[in-house]
Design a protein around this ligand. Structure first.
Ligand code: GNR
Ligand code: NI
Length: 168
């Protein structure tokens, strides 16, 4: 498969709710590899399966400087969260826009790794933000949903204009 197409807002497929993975088999491992390839090619720090039109609860993340710390979370669940902090967010599905969003400051997340093994991870900073942003994708939620409807509408119109121009 290789590099996958990333859906862009306001594509309705970004609103679908992802289903849990029941067995981490070879087809899931191939999908995870393709998601990493897609994320690195797009220079993102995270990617949710929903963004590549796959309705499974899988996210990949790499917030490291040298892009050598891949992190895969399957069926992720936030089991605890602490504090709140606002930071600028962007999204590969909302290209070109960055806006402040309030999130939990720290999260404790439980998930399966790409071998199907359960693990827990405590995260803060960009990693913490990224985990929350990606889990939102699995619920059909985008960072623009936290903005005022005026801001969201403006972003929607601008992206629709760009998508129309690209079609021609
Ligand atoms: O690449 C990304 N950068 C980013 C920056 C701040 C907060 C969240 C993110 S996630 C984003 C990649 C993406 O869209 N993942 O779904
Ligand atoms: Ni995103």
């Amino acid at each position: 498969m290789g590099i996958l197409t990333i859906l862009e807002f306001p594509d309705e497929r970004l609103r679908k709710i992802a289903q849990p993975v029941d067995v981490v088999d070879n087809s899931i491992k191939t999908l995870v590899e393709d998601m990493f390839e897609t994320m690195y090619a797009a220079q993102g720090v995270g990617l949710a399966a929903t963004q590549v039109n796959v309705q499974k609860r899988i996210i990949v993340i790499d917030v490291s400087e040298n892009k050598n710390e891949p992190l895969c979370l399957i069926n992720p669940k936030i089991v605890n969260q602490l504090g709140s902090a606002e930071g600028n967010e962007g999204c590969l599905s909302v290209p070109g826009f960055f806006e402040p969003v309030k999130r939990a400051e720290q999260v404790l997340v439980q998930a399966l790794d790409k071998e199907g093994q359960s693990f827990e991870l405590q995260a803060e900073g960009l990693l913490g933000v990224c985990i929350q942003h990606e889990i939102d994708h699995l619920e059909g939620k985008l960072f623009v949903d936290y903005l005022s409807s005026l801001k969201r509408q403006r972003i929607k119109k601008k992206l629709e204009k760009i998508h129309k121009a690209e079609q021609r």
